[in-house]
Design a protein around this ligand. Structure first.
Ligand SMILES: Cc1ncc(COP(=O)(O)O)c(C=O)c1O
Length: 427
């Protein structure tokens, strides 16, 4: 039996997961003042729809945490020139970790002093490109001091691994003691010492993981960072003038998820750092997911529906090639049927993708009014690490993305075509 018999109550609760402008008008989902059905009609499906108002609200909430801090968008959440431009106009920068992401940031005219270049295995080409761009490079291995210096890099931070195991999926923990990222305190200290002789050793960086729901672990990382800064001051006579506190705050994908707000999470980190370290240092915050995750909704067209044993399957025209998070991290999502958002829930359905794997299930169990072929399924909180992790499995072209605001939609990523894929073939 479905939990909900009251259609509007169900819709209101699920709607909380959608962007700020999401509304129901005459039983239809509207995003940024545009009907989801009209978006699907004009741009096709699957389609990732970003709500501009939500993007801006998140960016501004981060900036309010510490108006002096530099907020850099974690480009890996979705490398997109239009989003980078939108954030750059708001004064944000970009955290990039490959040559490709750097090129996106440069195309978006993100100012060089707002670009932070990461990566646990930067190539010489990447270091040279970061140097040419005037980016701040985050050193992640002892040999990078020499390599960065040879590449012409000027300003660097040193990435500290504080030895904190964040409660999140193990694939997105980044600061535990055996992490591939960063340097333990002894190695980080030696790297700061070495960097001072050859580079502008400007500061330190920590980032403990992604989709974080707890604050205490991040506070523990800040405490270790403060201990590290104290060691640097006492042993090297060096204090950081830039301190990058990383990103990591999660987003709600399901009604049961409970997460701190940006102000609660980032505010607590900044306060803890300022309480522990009273020398002047400019802060950097590096959010990705929490800037764009809730702003994004994916629209899919429902195709085949059938019953298999006790399961009611609903197949959509996308799946693991446009959103591999269920397979990678066990991510759980909720959904609405955009064209009948206020119909009574009548059962629990399994949303299956179109790919040739039984594991291609986008949502294991979701309560919906009976979906029928041609309906439009809207999956909220899919703005981050979905399209950016998309693949062409089964020769499926990657979806388009649009941004919606004030009743208008603008294409920010065109839909790939099979011809695009065939262009890489040599026969
Ligand atoms: C160094 C660094 N900074 C920032 C981020 C952004 O993290 P999130 O999207 O969880 O905010 C990441 C992503 O894992 C990262 O590796």
């Amino acid at each position: 039996m479905p939990i909900f018999s009251d259609a509007s109550r169900h819709t209101v609760l699920v709607l909380e997961l959608f962007p700020e402008t999401a509304a129901i008008d005459q039983g239809e989902l509207v995003l940024g003042g545009v009907r989801a059905t009209a978006l699907a009609e004009e741009f096709g499906t699957p389609l990732v729809v970003y709500c501009e108002r939500t993007l801006l609200a998140q960016a501004r909430e981060y900036q309010r945490v510490d108006p002096e801090a530099l907020v850099v968008y974690g480009t890996k959440a979705f490398a997109n020139v239009a989003l980078l431009q939108l954030f750059a106009r708001e004064g944000l920068g970009a955290d990039v970790s490959t040559l490709g992401e750097l090129r996106f940031a440069l195309r978006a005219d993100v100012p060089s002093d707002r670009i932070v270049f990461h990566g646990n295995n930067k190539s010489d080409e990447e270091l040279r490109a970061a140097a040419r761009a005037g980016a701040t490079v985050v050193l992640d291995a002892p040999d990078e001091v020499e390599r960065a210096s040879n590449a012409g890099v000027e300003r660097v931070l040193v990435r500290l691994t504080p030895g904190v195991e964040a409660e999140t999926h193990e694939s997105i923990q980044t600061a535990h003691s055996e992490s591939k990222f960063g340097l333990d305190p002894d190695q980080a200290l030696a790297t700061v010492a070495a960097a001072r002789g050859r580079l502008d050793a400007a500061g330190v960086h920590v980032h403990i993981g992604s989709q974080l729901a707890r604050i205490d672990e991040s506070l523990a990382a800040v405490d270790r960072l403060v201990e590290f800064c104290t060691r640097c001051r006492d042993q090297l006579g060096w204090s950081p003038r830039i301190v990058d506190l990383g990103g990591g705050l999660g987003v709600r994908h399901a009604r049961a998820d409970q997460l701190p707000t940006v102000a609660e999470f980032a505010g607590a980190l900044v306060t803890r750092f300022r309480e522990g370290w009273n020398e002047p240092a400019r802060l950097i915050l590096e959010p990705g997911r929490s800037l764009i995750g809730r702003a994004g909704v994916t629209l899919y067209r429902v195709g085949a529906t059938k019953r298999s044993g006790s399961i009611d399957y609903v197949a959509i025209d996308g799946g693991m090639s446009d959103n591999p998070r269920p397979q990678l991290y066990g991510a759980r999502y909720e959904a609405l049927i955009a064209n009948k958002a206020e119909e009574r829930v009548d059962g629990t359905y399994r949303i299956a993708g179109k790919h040739c794997e039984s594991g291609d299930v986008l949502i294991d169990a979701v309560e919906l009014p009976r979906p029928r072929g041609g309906d439009l399924l809207a999956v909220p909180a899919t703005g981050a690490y979905t399209l950016s992790m998309a693949s062409n499995y089964n020769g499926v072209p990657r979806p388009a993305a649009v941004i919606v605001a004030d009743g208008n939609a603008r294409l920010i990523r065109r839909r790939e075509t099979v011809d695009d894929l065939l262009r890489y073939e040599t026969s």
